[in-house]
Design a protein around this ligand. Sequence first.
Ligand code: GTP
Ligand code: MG
Length: 336
Amino acid sequence: MLDILVGGFYGDEGKGKIASYMALRDNPSLSVRTGSINAGHTIVFNGKKYGLRILPSAFINEKTALAIAPGALIRRDVLFRELEETGARARLVIDPHAGVITDEDVGEETNSAHLRGTVGSTLQGVGSAESKRILRTSKLAQGYPELSEFMADVPDKIIGALEEGSTVHVEATQGHFLSLFHGSYPYVTSRNTTSSGALSEAGIGPGYVDNVIVIFKSFITRVGAGPLGGELPAEEAKRCGIVEYGTVTGRQRRAAPFDSKVARSVVRINSANQVAITKLDVKFPEARKVREYSKLPVDAKRWIEQIEAEIGVPITLIGTGEEAMDIIDLRDKASG
Ligand code: GTP
Ligand code: MG
């Protein structure tokens, strides 16, 4: 069984939380991280908070092997720091073709007025390293002796695990509208963030996929420049209680209400057969930490049922708090 998890809006939907819950619940033998260090996934488990930029969020299940995809890009200092923090070193494999971001890549982005000013890039060197890969001049993981202990053919591992009948998760990063191909160019990231992009980075064909789960938040936020349909004035967002602050800059994120029409088109392009909604507890405070659908407040249930009808695919996972287990899991019902 292969499940792909992707972000439906502009990133920060809570992929880390959904991926960590699914790893605990589904016991995948392997979880594969795509993308790069310009995304920060937050995992809260047993009261401890982790912010991961390159390791799969599934690390909290000690039985799950972890993989970094051939299409992903690592930074060695970030990688080793996270291996230290998580103690997951013995469980990690990296594809020899994974890209490696160098200090030179970071320097080039920091010096780019276009990236810093217009695009609002996170300036982590990802786009610069990616562009060098296209020019065939970039560094790959296979070129570094200190990475040799991790080297393994990741597509082969994925396919092998599936052939044995075990479960594999593919974790994508950021969100649909930050996609280089499908987002609001040029206010986008340097890769395709959709399910097809994640598959391409993981290195396997579409025939292996069982579930595509798009993760939406119960409202929309966007960091930095670029269009945001339905954007609320900062004051009104505050009044609605849907205010978030950037983790790095501390700036108030731009916010808009949930939009079913937008969500429906995202579901179609990603060929999603399931949807996860996070932060239901922010929209409906009485939903906080509820773990059974029947115990949700009536107005929250009504909202979920309404948007599910509008989006057109089942809402199978509902986040009600930061903790990995603060979730309502309706997947059994949806498939049965
Ligand atoms: P990117 O790859 O950067 O897009 O990250 P992400 O999608 O993994 O999201 P990120 O962890 O950056 O941000 C989500 C934030 O929401 C984190 O602080 C989570 O702890 C929190 N969160 C996730 N799900 C829920 C939820 O259902 N309720 C509440 N209250 N918080 C949540
Ligand atoms: Mg994030």
